[in-house]
Design a protein. Structure first.
Length: 71
């Protein structure tokens, strides 16, 4: 069975700046939801680091995961 995921999130920093990202995947090999969370956590940490900030600088994260099986 095929599956599709869409990850959308926006990270807000305490200094008023932010960044957002949209990602998706289509595959025949089904991924687990916890693997999706791990991927997003890695990506957020990487982007925070590239912005010259740390996780302590993050005020909040808005996150949406659309995860569905397709027949």
């Amino acid at each position: 069975m095929d599956y599709k995921t869409e990850n959308k999130y926006k990270v807000f920093f305490k200094d008023g700046t932010s960044f957002d990202s949209n990602g998706s995947a289509d595959s025949r090999k089904k991924n687990t939801i916890d693997n999706e969370f791990q991927w997003v956590a890695f990506h957020i940490e990487k982007e925070v680091s590239l912005a010259g900030k740390t996780l302590a600088d993050v005020e909040k994260v808005e996150y949406t995961l659309n995860y569905q099986d397709r027949e």
